[in-house]
Design a binder for this molecule. Structure first.
Ligand code: PRX
Length: 571
Protein backbone atom coordinates (compact mmCIF):
# COMPACT_ATOMS: atom_id res chain seq x y z
CA UNK A 1 0.00 0.00 0.00
CA UNK A 2 1.34 3.42 -0.85
CA UNK A 3 1.14 6.24 1.64
CA UNK A 4 2.27 8.84 -0.84
CA UNK A 5 -0.24 11.70 -1.02
CA UNK A 6 -0.67 14.57 -3.44
CA UNK A 7 -2.00 17.71 -1.83
CA UNK A 8 -4.20 20.36 -3.34
CA UNK A 9 -4.74 24.06 -2.82
CA UNK A 10 -8.12 23.86 -1.16
CA UNK A 11 -9.20 27.48 -0.99
CA UNK A 12 -11.00 27.85 -4.32
CA UNK A 13 -12.76 24.50 -4.53
CA UNK A 14 -16.45 23.83 -3.98
CA UNK A 15 -16.07 21.18 -1.26
CA UNK A 16 -13.49 22.79 0.95
CA UNK A 17 -13.91 20.82 4.12
CA UNK A 18 -14.77 17.23 3.31
CA UNK A 19 -14.76 15.89 6.88
CA UNK A 20 -17.00 18.59 8.26
CA UNK A 21 -19.50 18.31 5.39
CA UNK A 22 -19.44 14.51 5.52
CA UNK A 23 -20.48 14.53 9.16
CA UNK A 24 -23.36 16.98 8.84
CA UNK A 25 -24.74 16.69 5.30
CA UNK A 26 -28.35 15.71 4.51
CA UNK A 27 -29.64 15.24 0.95
CA UNK A 28 -32.72 17.30 1.83
CA UNK A 29 -30.45 20.36 1.81
CA UNK A 30 -30.02 19.92 -1.97
CA UNK A 31 -33.68 19.29 -2.72
CA UNK A 32 -34.52 22.91 -1.96
CA UNK A 33 -32.96 23.81 -5.32
CA UNK A 34 -35.62 22.17 -7.43
CA UNK A 35 -39.23 22.90 -8.30
CA UNK A 36 -40.79 20.00 -6.43
CA UNK A 37 -40.16 22.08 -3.39
CA UNK A 38 -43.14 24.17 -4.47
CA UNK A 39 -45.31 21.71 -6.39
CA UNK A 40 -44.41 18.21 -5.22
CA UNK A 41 -43.77 17.30 -8.86
CA UNK A 42 -40.71 17.70 -11.02
CA UNK A 43 -39.06 16.96 -14.37
CA UNK A 44 -35.30 16.60 -14.70
CA UNK A 45 -35.25 17.96 -18.30
CA UNK A 46 -37.02 21.10 -17.14
CA UNK A 47 -34.56 21.52 -14.28
CA UNK A 48 -31.57 20.98 -16.58
CA UNK A 49 -32.63 23.27 -19.43
CA UNK A 50 -35.88 25.25 -19.15
CA UNK A 51 -35.14 26.56 -15.67
CA UNK A 52 -32.02 28.36 -16.97
CA UNK A 53 -33.86 29.65 -20.06
CA UNK A 54 -35.92 31.82 -17.70
CA UNK A 55 -32.88 33.44 -16.10
CA UNK A 56 -29.91 35.55 -17.17
CA UNK A 57 -28.46 32.28 -18.48
CA UNK A 58 -30.99 32.20 -21.36
CA UNK A 59 -28.41 33.40 -23.88
CA UNK A 60 -25.47 31.54 -22.41
CA UNK A 61 -24.13 28.70 -24.57
CA UNK A 62 -25.41 25.39 -23.19
CA UNK A 63 -24.02 23.13 -25.93
CA UNK A 64 -20.89 23.43 -28.02
CA UNK A 65 -21.22 20.63 -30.55
CA UNK A 66 -18.58 19.56 -33.06
CA UNK A 67 -17.63 16.58 -35.16
CA UNK A 68 -15.86 16.06 -38.47
CA UNK A 69 -18.64 17.82 -40.39
CA UNK A 70 -20.52 20.08 -38.01
CA UNK A 71 -19.62 22.86 -35.61
CA UNK A 72 -22.62 24.39 -33.86
CA UNK A 73 -23.58 26.02 -30.62
CA UNK A 74 -26.90 26.36 -28.80
CA UNK A 75 -27.93 28.60 -25.90
CA UNK A 76 -30.08 27.40 -23.02
CA UNK A 77 -33.05 29.17 -24.66
CA UNK A 78 -32.39 27.36 -27.95
CA UNK A 79 -31.95 24.04 -26.16
CA UNK A 80 -35.33 24.63 -24.54
CA UNK A 81 -37.02 25.41 -27.87
CA UNK A 82 -35.39 22.55 -29.78
CA UNK A 83 -36.04 19.95 -27.10
CA UNK A 84 -39.65 21.18 -27.01
CA UNK A 85 -39.87 20.70 -30.77
CA UNK A 86 -38.41 17.20 -30.52
CA UNK A 87 -40.84 16.51 -27.67
CA UNK A 88 -43.73 17.62 -29.90
CA UNK A 89 -42.61 15.35 -32.74
CA UNK A 90 -42.83 12.44 -30.29
CA UNK A 91 -46.05 13.64 -28.67
CA UNK A 92 -47.72 13.88 -32.09
CA UNK A 93 -47.06 10.20 -32.71
CA UNK A 94 -48.55 9.22 -29.39
CA UNK A 95 -45.67 9.13 -26.92
CA UNK A 96 -47.00 9.33 -23.36
CA UNK A 97 -45.71 9.18 -19.83
CA UNK A 98 -43.90 5.91 -19.08
CA UNK A 99 -43.49 4.82 -22.75
CA UNK A 100 -40.02 3.65 -23.70
CA UNK A 101 -38.45 5.71 -26.48
CA UNK A 102 -35.13 4.32 -27.67
CA UNK A 103 -32.50 6.47 -29.30
CA UNK A 104 -30.04 4.71 -31.58
CA UNK A 105 -27.86 7.22 -33.36
CA UNK A 106 -24.39 8.72 -33.36
CA UNK A 107 -23.80 11.84 -31.32
CA UNK A 108 -25.36 14.94 -32.88
CA UNK A 109 -27.31 17.92 -31.50
CA UNK A 110 -30.52 16.12 -32.55
CA UNK A 111 -29.71 13.21 -30.26
CA UNK A 112 -29.68 15.59 -27.30
CA UNK A 113 -32.90 17.37 -28.38
CA UNK A 114 -34.64 13.99 -28.63
CA UNK A 115 -33.30 12.72 -25.31
CA UNK A 116 -34.48 15.83 -23.49
CA UNK A 117 -37.77 15.96 -25.43
CA UNK A 118 -38.53 12.36 -24.49
CA UNK A 119 -37.96 13.05 -20.81
CA UNK A 120 -40.02 16.25 -20.96
CA UNK A 121 -43.02 14.08 -21.95
CA UNK A 122 -42.49 11.91 -18.86
CA UNK A 123 -41.44 9.07 -21.15
CA UNK A 124 -38.39 6.87 -20.48
CA UNK A 125 -35.39 7.36 -22.76
CA UNK A 126 -33.30 4.33 -23.77
CA UNK A 127 -30.03 5.44 -25.35
CA UNK A 128 -28.22 2.81 -27.42
CA UNK A 129 -24.56 2.93 -28.37
CA UNK A 130 -24.22 3.43 -32.14
CA UNK A 131 -21.86 0.45 -32.48
CA UNK A 132 -24.55 -2.07 -31.54
CA UNK A 133 -25.45 -4.58 -34.21
CA UNK A 134 -28.77 -6.25 -34.88
CA UNK A 135 -28.72 -8.83 -32.08
CA UNK A 136 -27.80 -6.31 -29.40
CA UNK A 137 -30.41 -3.81 -30.62
CA UNK A 138 -33.15 -6.43 -30.77
CA UNK A 139 -32.50 -7.73 -27.23
CA UNK A 140 -32.82 -4.28 -25.75
CA UNK A 141 -35.91 -3.14 -27.68
CA UNK A 142 -37.60 -6.45 -26.99
CA UNK A 143 -36.87 -6.57 -23.27
CA UNK A 144 -38.09 -3.01 -22.73
CA UNK A 145 -41.12 -3.30 -25.10
CA UNK A 146 -40.02 -0.05 -26.69
CA UNK A 147 -42.87 1.80 -28.41
CA UNK A 148 -40.78 4.25 -30.42
CA UNK A 149 -37.28 4.17 -31.84
CA UNK A 150 -35.42 7.23 -33.07
CA UNK A 151 -32.57 6.33 -35.41
CA UNK A 152 -30.80 7.30 -38.62
CA UNK A 153 -31.33 5.84 -42.11
CA UNK A 154 -27.87 4.30 -41.85
CA UNK A 155 -28.44 2.54 -38.49
CA UNK A 156 -31.98 1.47 -39.40
CA UNK A 157 -30.39 -1.44 -41.29
CA UNK A 158 -29.54 -2.95 -37.92
CA UNK A 159 -33.07 -2.74 -36.54
CA UNK A 160 -35.23 -5.84 -37.12
CA UNK A 161 -38.45 -3.77 -37.10
CA UNK A 162 -40.65 -6.69 -38.22
CA UNK A 163 -39.54 -8.84 -35.30
CA UNK A 164 -40.52 -6.23 -32.71
CA UNK A 165 -44.33 -6.32 -32.31
CA UNK A 166 -44.39 -3.59 -29.63
CA UNK A 167 -42.44 -1.12 -31.72
CA UNK A 168 -45.12 1.18 -33.18
CA UNK A 169 -43.12 4.00 -34.74
CA UNK A 170 -39.64 4.46 -36.12
CA UNK A 171 -38.52 8.08 -36.36
CA UNK A 172 -35.72 8.57 -38.86
CA UNK A 173 -33.23 11.38 -38.72
CA UNK A 174 -31.92 11.72 -42.27
CA UNK A 175 -32.72 12.82 -45.79
CA UNK A 176 -35.48 11.63 -48.15
CA UNK A 177 -37.37 9.64 -45.55
CA UNK A 178 -40.45 7.91 -47.01
CA UNK A 179 -43.20 8.23 -44.42
CA UNK A 180 -45.98 5.71 -43.75
CA UNK A 181 -47.83 4.23 -40.76
CA UNK A 182 -44.57 3.16 -39.13
CA UNK A 183 -41.83 5.43 -40.44
CA UNK A 184 -41.68 9.12 -39.51
CA UNK A 185 -39.42 11.79 -40.98
CA UNK A 186 -37.80 13.55 -38.03
CA UNK A 187 -36.38 16.52 -39.91
CA UNK A 188 -39.65 17.45 -41.63
CA UNK A 189 -41.74 17.07 -38.48
CA UNK A 190 -39.17 18.86 -36.33
CA UNK A 191 -39.23 21.87 -38.64
CA UNK A 192 -43.00 22.06 -38.45
CA UNK A 193 -43.29 21.36 -34.71
CA UNK A 194 -44.17 24.01 -32.18
CA UNK A 195 -41.44 25.25 -29.84
CA UNK A 196 -43.97 25.35 -27.02
CA UNK A 197 -44.53 22.21 -25.01
CA UNK A 198 -46.28 21.55 -21.72
CA UNK A 199 -43.68 19.71 -19.72
CA UNK A 200 -45.16 16.65 -18.03
CA UNK A 201 -44.74 17.09 -14.29
CA UNK A 202 -44.01 13.75 -12.73
CA UNK A 203 -43.33 12.20 -9.39
CA UNK A 204 -39.67 12.18 -8.38
CA UNK A 205 -39.82 8.38 -8.31
CA UNK A 206 -41.04 8.10 -11.92
CA UNK A 207 -38.62 6.56 -14.44
CA UNK A 208 -36.68 8.75 -16.87
CA UNK A 209 -33.87 6.68 -18.35
CA UNK A 210 -33.13 3.03 -18.99
CA UNK A 211 -29.50 1.99 -19.51
CA UNK A 212 -28.79 -1.58 -20.53
CA UNK A 213 -25.64 -3.01 -19.01
CA UNK A 214 -23.90 -6.36 -18.86
CA UNK A 215 -23.54 -8.84 -16.05
CA UNK A 216 -21.67 -12.15 -15.90
CA UNK A 217 -24.77 -14.21 -16.66
CA UNK A 218 -27.85 -13.75 -18.82
CA UNK A 219 -28.74 -11.07 -21.31
CA UNK A 220 -27.97 -7.39 -20.65
CA UNK A 221 -30.20 -5.92 -17.98
CA UNK A 222 -32.18 -2.68 -18.11
CA UNK A 223 -31.17 -0.43 -15.23
CA UNK A 224 -33.95 2.07 -14.52
CA UNK A 225 -33.21 5.52 -13.11
CA UNK A 226 -35.75 8.04 -11.87
CA UNK A 227 -36.07 11.84 -11.87
CA UNK A 228 -34.98 11.94 -8.21
CA UNK A 229 -31.41 11.18 -9.37
CA UNK A 230 -31.07 14.88 -10.23
CA UNK A 231 -30.28 15.65 -6.60
CA UNK A 232 -27.07 13.67 -6.79
CA UNK A 233 -26.26 14.62 -10.39
CA UNK A 234 -26.39 18.24 -9.34
CA UNK A 235 -24.49 17.88 -6.09
CA UNK A 236 -21.66 15.77 -7.53
CA UNK A 237 -21.34 18.32 -10.36
CA UNK A 238 -20.50 20.81 -7.61
CA UNK A 239 -18.40 18.69 -5.28
CA UNK A 240 -16.57 16.34 -7.60
CA UNK A 241 -16.54 18.02 -11.02
CA UNK A 242 -16.17 21.29 -9.11
CA UNK A 243 -18.31 23.04 -11.74
CA UNK A 244 -18.78 26.77 -11.39
CA UNK A 245 -20.80 29.19 -13.50
CA UNK A 246 -18.04 30.19 -15.92
CA UNK A 247 -16.67 26.70 -16.55
CA UNK A 248 -16.54 25.09 -19.97
CA UNK A 249 -16.90 21.38 -19.35
CA UNK A 250 -16.21 18.37 -21.57
CA UNK A 251 -17.24 14.80 -20.79
CA UNK A 252 -15.91 12.49 -23.50
CA UNK A 253 -18.38 9.62 -22.95
CA UNK A 254 -21.10 8.60 -25.42
CA UNK A 255 -24.69 8.84 -24.13
CA UNK A 256 -25.10 5.13 -24.91
CA UNK A 257 -23.27 4.63 -21.58
CA UNK A 258 -24.35 6.04 -18.24
CA UNK A 259 -21.40 8.44 -17.98
CA UNK A 260 -22.54 10.09 -21.21
CA UNK A 261 -25.99 10.87 -19.79
CA UNK A 262 -25.44 11.51 -16.08
CA UNK A 263 -22.26 13.51 -16.68
CA UNK A 264 -22.64 14.32 -20.39
CA UNK A 265 -26.18 15.73 -20.10
CA UNK A 266 -27.76 16.07 -16.67
CA UNK A 267 -24.99 17.10 -14.26
CA UNK A 268 -23.47 19.91 -16.33
CA UNK A 269 -26.81 21.37 -17.38
CA UNK A 270 -28.36 21.08 -13.93
CA UNK A 271 -25.35 23.10 -12.82
CA UNK A 272 -25.97 25.56 -15.69
CA UNK A 273 -22.54 25.34 -17.32
CA UNK A 274 -21.47 25.29 -20.98
CA UNK A 275 -21.13 21.71 -22.14
CA UNK A 276 -18.84 20.53 -24.95
CA UNK A 277 -19.85 17.50 -26.99
CA UNK A 278 -17.48 16.07 -29.54
CA UNK A 279 -18.87 13.53 -31.99
CA UNK A 280 -16.88 11.01 -34.00
CA UNK A 281 -14.08 8.71 -33.01
CA UNK A 282 -11.20 9.07 -30.63
CA UNK A 283 -8.08 10.66 -32.05
CA UNK A 284 -5.36 12.22 -29.88
CA UNK A 285 -4.86 15.34 -32.03
CA UNK A 286 -8.61 15.87 -32.31
CA UNK A 287 -9.07 15.64 -28.59
CA UNK A 288 -6.28 18.07 -27.77
CA UNK A 289 -7.68 20.40 -30.41
CA UNK A 290 -11.11 20.21 -28.78
CA UNK A 291 -9.65 21.14 -25.39
CA UNK A 292 -7.85 24.07 -26.96
CA UNK A 293 -10.65 25.31 -29.25
CA UNK A 294 -13.24 25.59 -26.52
CA UNK A 295 -10.89 26.57 -23.72
CA UNK A 296 -12.16 23.62 -21.73
CA UNK A 297 -11.70 24.14 -17.99
CA UNK A 298 -13.06 20.87 -16.56
CA UNK A 299 -12.49 17.57 -18.36
CA UNK A 300 -14.03 14.18 -17.52
CA UNK A 301 -12.63 11.13 -19.33
CA UNK A 302 -11.41 7.57 -18.77
CA UNK A 303 -8.09 5.83 -18.01
CA UNK A 304 -8.04 4.10 -21.42
CA UNK A 305 -8.25 7.45 -23.15
CA UNK A 306 -5.54 8.94 -20.96
CA UNK A 307 -3.30 5.93 -21.64
CA UNK A 308 -3.86 6.30 -25.38
CA UNK A 309 -3.00 10.00 -25.16
CA UNK A 310 0.08 9.05 -23.18
CA UNK A 311 0.95 6.58 -25.94
CA UNK A 312 0.66 9.33 -28.54
CA UNK A 313 3.70 10.95 -26.95
CA UNK A 314 4.55 14.12 -25.09
CA UNK A 315 5.69 15.86 -28.30
CA UNK A 316 2.14 15.93 -29.71
CA UNK A 317 0.63 17.57 -26.65
CA UNK A 318 3.19 20.40 -26.88
CA UNK A 319 1.48 21.59 -30.09
CA UNK A 320 -1.66 22.55 -28.19
CA UNK A 321 -2.44 25.21 -25.66
CA UNK A 322 -4.22 23.48 -22.79
CA UNK A 323 -3.70 26.26 -20.29
CA UNK A 324 -7.46 26.74 -19.76
CA UNK A 325 -7.72 23.33 -18.04
CA UNK A 326 -8.05 23.54 -14.28
CA UNK A 327 -9.57 20.21 -13.22
CA UNK A 328 -9.34 16.70 -14.71
CA UNK A 329 -11.52 13.77 -13.65
CA UNK A 330 -11.54 10.05 -14.56
CA UNK A 331 -13.95 7.11 -14.40
CA UNK A 332 -14.50 3.58 -15.59
CA UNK A 333 -11.43 1.59 -14.64
CA UNK A 334 -8.61 1.76 -12.16
CA UNK A 335 -6.59 4.93 -12.68
CA UNK A 336 -2.93 3.94 -12.61
CA UNK A 337 -0.57 6.14 -10.58
CA UNK A 338 1.59 6.22 -13.73
CA UNK A 339 -1.22 8.01 -15.59
CA UNK A 340 -1.60 10.51 -12.75
CA UNK A 341 2.14 11.21 -12.96
CA UNK A 342 1.82 11.75 -16.73
CA UNK A 343 -1.09 14.14 -16.14
CA UNK A 344 0.96 16.18 -13.72
CA UNK A 345 3.90 16.24 -16.11
CA UNK A 346 1.99 17.45 -19.16
CA UNK A 347 -0.77 19.61 -17.64
CA UNK A 348 0.50 20.32 -14.14
CA UNK A 349 -2.82 18.95 -12.86
CA UNK A 350 -3.76 15.90 -10.83
CA UNK A 351 -6.26 13.54 -12.49
CA UNK A 352 -9.04 12.76 -10.01
CA UNK A 353 -10.43 9.24 -9.95
CA UNK A 354 -14.14 8.61 -9.40
CA UNK A 355 -15.85 5.28 -8.79
CA UNK A 356 -19.44 4.45 -9.61
CA UNK A 357 -21.53 2.17 -11.85
CA UNK A 358 -24.50 2.16 -14.21
CA UNK A 359 -26.58 0.89 -11.30
CA UNK A 360 -25.51 3.66 -8.92
CA UNK A 361 -26.53 6.45 -11.32
CA UNK A 362 -23.83 8.85 -10.19
CA UNK A 363 -20.46 9.12 -8.51
CA UNK A 364 -20.12 7.55 -5.06
CA UNK A 365 -16.43 7.24 -4.13
CA UNK A 366 -14.20 10.03 -5.36
CA UNK A 367 -11.08 12.09 -5.12
CA UNK A 368 -12.22 15.64 -4.46
CA UNK A 369 -10.23 18.54 -5.78
CA UNK A 370 -9.86 19.77 -2.21
CA UNK A 371 -8.58 16.46 -0.88
CA UNK A 372 -5.14 15.00 -0.31
CA UNK A 373 -4.93 12.29 -2.96
CA UNK A 374 -3.34 8.87 -2.69
CA UNK A 375 -2.54 7.85 -6.28
CA UNK A 376 -4.11 4.46 -6.99
CA UNK A 377 -6.95 4.96 -4.53
CA UNK A 378 -10.51 5.72 -5.70
CA UNK A 379 -10.83 8.20 -2.84
CA UNK A 380 -13.59 8.51 -0.24
CA UNK A 381 -17.39 8.32 -0.35
CA UNK A 382 -19.19 11.56 -1.10
CA UNK A 383 -21.08 13.14 1.80
CA UNK A 384 -24.51 11.50 2.12
CA UNK A 385 -23.14 8.12 1.06
CA UNK A 386 -22.01 5.34 3.37
CA UNK A 387 -19.54 2.87 1.84
CA UNK A 388 -18.03 -0.20 3.47
CA UNK A 389 -16.24 -3.45 2.77
CA UNK A 390 -18.52 -6.34 3.74
CA UNK A 391 -18.17 -10.12 3.78
CA UNK A 392 -20.57 -12.40 1.91
CA UNK A 393 -23.09 -12.20 4.80
CA UNK A 394 -23.10 -8.42 4.88
CA UNK A 395 -20.90 -8.00 7.98
CA UNK A 396 -18.72 -4.90 7.82
CA UNK A 397 -15.00 -5.74 7.73
CA UNK A 398 -12.26 -3.73 9.48
CA UNK A 399 -9.75 -1.56 7.55
CA UNK A 400 -7.24 -3.24 5.22
CA UNK A 401 -9.38 -6.37 4.77
CA UNK A 402 -10.36 -7.18 1.20
CA UNK A 403 -14.04 -7.90 0.54
CA UNK A 404 -17.17 -6.75 -1.29
CA UNK A 405 -17.39 -3.04 -1.93
CA UNK A 406 -20.87 -2.16 -0.67
CA UNK A 407 -22.99 0.98 -0.32
CA UNK A 408 -25.76 1.58 2.22
CA UNK A 409 -29.05 1.58 0.30
CA UNK A 410 -30.85 4.83 -0.29
CA UNK A 411 -28.62 7.36 -2.08
CA UNK A 412 -30.71 9.60 -4.38
CA UNK A 413 -29.53 8.30 -7.78
CA UNK A 414 -29.72 4.59 -6.94
CA UNK A 415 -31.37 2.48 -9.66
CA UNK A 416 -34.99 1.72 -8.85
CA UNK A 417 -35.47 -1.44 -10.92
CA UNK A 418 -34.01 -3.93 -13.30
CA UNK A 419 -36.56 -3.79 -16.09
CA UNK A 420 -38.79 -6.88 -16.10
CA UNK A 421 -36.64 -8.58 -13.48
CA UNK A 422 -37.22 -7.54 -9.89
CA UNK A 423 -35.64 -10.78 -8.71
CA UNK A 424 -32.36 -9.70 -10.26
CA UNK A 425 -32.81 -6.26 -8.70
CA UNK A 426 -33.29 -7.74 -5.22
CA UNK A 427 -30.20 -9.92 -5.68
CA UNK A 428 -27.99 -6.82 -5.55
CA UNK A 429 -28.87 -6.20 -1.91
CA UNK A 430 -27.31 -8.13 0.97
CA UNK A 431 -29.03 -8.30 4.31
CA UNK A 432 -31.64 -5.97 2.77
CA UNK A 433 -29.52 -2.93 3.36
CA UNK A 434 -26.21 -3.10 1.53
CA UNK A 435 -26.00 -2.67 -2.22
CA UNK A 436 -23.23 -5.05 -3.29
CA UNK A 437 -21.32 -3.70 -6.26
CA UNK A 438 -19.59 -6.82 -7.58
CA UNK A 439 -16.23 -5.08 -7.12
CA UNK A 440 -13.72 -6.14 -4.50
CA UNK A 441 -11.77 -3.51 -2.60
CA UNK A 442 -10.36 -2.58 0.77
CA UNK A 443 -10.44 0.56 2.86
CA UNK A 444 -7.32 1.86 4.60
CA UNK A 445 -7.17 3.33 8.14
CA UNK A 446 -7.73 6.81 6.77
CA UNK A 447 -10.94 5.85 4.96
CA UNK A 448 -9.52 5.74 1.40
CA UNK A 449 -10.90 2.95 -0.80
CA UNK A 450 -8.64 0.83 -3.01
CA UNK A 451 -10.10 -1.08 -5.97
CA UNK A 452 -8.93 -4.69 -6.36
CA UNK A 453 -11.00 -6.19 -9.17
CA UNK A 454 -14.39 -7.56 -10.19
CA UNK A 455 -15.72 -10.46 -8.15
CA UNK A 456 -17.74 -11.78 -11.08
CA UNK A 457 -16.42 -12.29 -14.61
CA UNK A 458 -17.54 -8.97 -16.06
CA UNK A 459 -14.92 -7.57 -18.47
CA UNK A 460 -13.95 -3.90 -18.54
CA UNK A 461 -12.37 -3.24 -21.92
CA UNK A 462 -11.47 0.34 -22.85
CA UNK A 463 -13.80 1.49 -20.10
CA UNK A 464 -16.73 -0.43 -21.54
CA UNK A 465 -18.46 -3.10 -19.58
CA UNK A 466 -18.91 -6.34 -21.49
CA UNK A 467 -20.61 -9.47 -20.22
CA UNK A 468 -18.81 -12.73 -21.03
CA UNK A 469 -22.12 -14.57 -21.30
CA UNK A 470 -23.47 -12.36 -24.09
CA UNK A 471 -20.31 -12.93 -26.15
CA UNK A 472 -20.28 -16.67 -25.45
CA UNK A 473 -23.92 -16.94 -26.55
CA UNK A 474 -23.12 -15.17 -29.79
CA UNK A 475 -20.06 -17.37 -30.37
CA UNK A 476 -22.19 -20.49 -29.97
CA UNK A 477 -24.35 -19.34 -32.89
CA UNK A 478 -21.31 -19.70 -35.16
CA UNK A 479 -21.56 -22.97 -37.13
CA UNK A 480 -17.97 -24.03 -36.31
CA UNK A 481 -18.18 -23.54 -32.54
CA UNK A 482 -19.10 -26.25 -30.04
CA UNK A 483 -18.04 -24.55 -26.80
CA UNK A 484 -16.88 -21.06 -25.92
CA UNK A 485 -15.51 -19.42 -22.79
CA UNK A 486 -14.66 -15.72 -22.62
CA UNK A 487 -12.41 -13.90 -20.15
CA UNK A 488 -10.83 -10.48 -19.72
CA UNK A 489 -7.06 -10.56 -20.13
CA UNK A 490 -5.08 -7.70 -18.55
CA UNK A 491 -3.82 -5.21 -21.13
CA UNK A 492 -1.62 -2.17 -20.49
CA UNK A 493 -3.69 0.21 -22.66
CA UNK A 494 -7.24 -1.13 -22.68
CA UNK A 495 -7.39 -2.32 -19.08
CA UNK A 496 -8.54 -5.70 -20.31
CA UNK A 497 -8.96 -7.26 -23.72
CA UNK A 498 -11.47 -9.96 -24.58
CA UNK A 499 -10.01 -13.42 -25.02
CA UNK A 500 -12.13 -16.36 -26.22
CA UNK A 501 -11.34 -20.02 -25.72
CA UNK A 502 -13.08 -22.11 -28.32
CA UNK A 503 -13.68 -25.80 -28.91
CA UNK A 504 -14.63 -26.54 -32.52
CA UNK A 505 -17.35 -28.85 -33.78
CA UNK A 506 -16.29 -32.05 -35.52
CA UNK A 507 -15.24 -31.46 -39.07
CA UNK A 508 -13.82 -27.96 -38.48
CA UNK A 509 -10.11 -27.23 -38.48
CA UNK A 510 -8.52 -24.34 -36.64
CA UNK A 511 -7.02 -21.65 -38.87
CA UNK A 512 -6.24 -17.96 -39.02
CA UNK A 513 -9.14 -17.46 -41.46
CA UNK A 514 -11.54 -19.13 -39.08
CA UNK A 515 -10.33 -16.88 -36.25
CA UNK A 516 -10.96 -13.83 -38.42
CA UNK A 517 -14.36 -15.16 -39.42
CA UNK A 518 -15.33 -15.71 -35.78
CA UNK A 519 -14.19 -12.23 -34.85
CA UNK A 520 -16.27 -10.72 -37.65
CA UNK A 521 -19.23 -12.84 -36.65
CA UNK A 522 -19.27 -11.24 -33.19
CA UNK A 523 -18.58 -7.79 -34.64
CA UNK A 524 -21.56 -8.08 -36.97
CA UNK A 525 -23.85 -9.83 -34.53
CA UNK A 526 -23.15 -7.87 -31.37
CA UNK A 527 -20.75 -4.94 -31.52
CA UNK A 528 -17.17 -4.26 -32.56
CA UNK A 529 -16.05 -3.67 -28.98
CA UNK A 530 -17.42 -7.11 -27.97
CA UNK A 531 -15.33 -9.06 -30.52
CA UNK A 532 -12.51 -11.14 -28.99
CA UNK A 533 -9.09 -9.72 -29.81
CA UNK A 534 -7.53 -13.07 -28.96
CA UNK A 535 -8.88 -16.50 -29.81
CA UNK A 536 -7.36 -19.75 -28.62
CA UNK A 537 -8.60 -23.14 -29.80
CA UNK A 538 -8.91 -25.98 -27.27
CA UNK A 539 -10.08 -29.58 -27.65
CA UNK A 540 -12.55 -28.99 -24.84
CA UNK A 541 -13.20 -26.40 -22.16
CA UNK A 542 -13.24 -26.78 -18.37
CA UNK A 543 -16.86 -27.13 -17.20
CA UNK A 544 -18.72 -27.76 -13.98
CA UNK A 545 -20.77 -30.94 -13.78
CA UNK A 546 -23.85 -28.84 -14.42
CA UNK A 547 -22.24 -27.69 -17.68
CA UNK A 548 -21.17 -24.12 -16.81
CA UNK A 549 -17.93 -23.02 -18.41
CA UNK A 550 -15.40 -22.34 -15.62
CA UNK A 551 -14.03 -18.96 -16.62
CA UNK A 552 -12.01 -18.82 -13.43
CA UNK A 553 -10.00 -21.84 -14.63
CA UNK A 554 -9.52 -20.32 -18.09
CA UNK A 555 -8.24 -17.17 -16.46
CA UNK A 556 -5.88 -19.09 -14.20
CA UNK A 557 -4.47 -20.93 -17.23
CA UNK A 558 -4.03 -17.71 -19.11
CA UNK A 559 -2.31 -15.88 -16.28
CA UNK A 560 -0.38 -18.84 -14.92
CA UNK A 561 -2.18 -18.70 -11.60
CA UNK A 562 -3.30 -21.53 -9.33
CA UNK A 563 -6.67 -22.89 -10.54
CA UNK A 564 -8.16 -23.14 -7.03
CA UNK A 565 -10.84 -25.63 -6.06
CA UNK A 566 -11.71 -27.95 -8.94
CA UNK A 567 -14.12 -30.23 -7.08
CA UNK A 568 -17.11 -29.14 -9.17
CA UNK A 569 -15.31 -29.69 -12.49
CA UNK A 570 -16.52 -32.56 -14.72
CA UNK A 571 -14.11 -35.50 -15.06
O1 PRX B 1 -15.58 -2.50 -11.92
C1 PRX B 1 -15.93 -1.16 -11.73
C2 PRX B 1 -15.48 -0.32 -12.91
O2 PRX B 1 -16.58 -0.20 -13.76
C3 PRX B 1 -17.69 -0.93 -13.24
C4 PRX B 1 -18.97 -0.25 -13.61
O3 PRX B 1 -19.09 -0.22 -15.01
P1 PRX B 1 -20.25 0.62 -15.69
O4 PRX B 1 -21.54 0.25 -15.05
O5 PRX B 1 -20.14 0.42 -17.15
O6 PRX B 1 -19.97 2.09 -15.31
C5 PRX B 1 -18.78 2.70 -15.72
C6 PRX B 1 -18.74 4.15 -15.37
C7 PRX B 1 -19.69 4.65 -14.37
C8 PRX B 1 -17.44 -0.97 -11.76
O7 PRX B 1 -18.15 -2.01 -11.13
N1 PRX B 1 -15.09 1.03 -12.45
C9 PRX B 1 -15.79 2.17 -12.56
N2 PRX B 1 -15.09 3.20 -12.05
C10 PRX B 1 -13.93 2.69 -11.58
C11 PRX B 1 -13.93 1.30 -11.83
N3 PRX B 1 -12.92 0.51 -11.46
C12 PRX B 1 -11.87 1.07 -10.84
N4 PRX B 1 -11.78 2.40 -10.57
C13 PRX B 1 -12.79 3.24 -10.92
N5 PRX B 1 -12.70 4.54 -10.65
Amino acid sequence: MTTQTLSAKTDHYNLKNYDEVYNSFQWSQVEQNFSWHATGLVNIAHEAIDRHAKTEKANKVALYYSDQYRKEQYTFKEMKDYSNKAGNVLKNIGVNKGNRVFIFMPRSPELYFVLLGTIKLGAIAGPLFEAFMEGAVKDRLEDSSAKVLVTTSELLKRVPVNELPNLEKVVIVGEDVKEDETYIDFTKNFEQASATLDVKWVDREDGMILHYTSGSTGKPKGVLHVHNAMIQHYQTAKWVLDLKDDDVYWCTADPGWVTGTTYGVFAPWLAGVSNVIRGGRFSPSDWYQTLENYNVTVWYSAPTAFRMLMGAGDELIKNYNLSSLRHVVSVGEPLNPEVIRWGIKVTNLRIHDTWWMTETGSQLICNYPSMEMKPGSMGKPIPGVEAAIVDDEGNVLPPNRMGNLAIKKGWPSMMRAIWNNMEKYESYFLAGDWYVSGDSAYMDEEGYFWFQGRIDDVIMTSGERVGPFEIESKLLEHPAIAEAGVIGKPDPVRGEIIKAFIALRDGYEQSAELQEDIRNFVKKGLAAHAAPREIEFKDKLPKTRSGKIMRRVLKAWELDLPTGDLSTMED
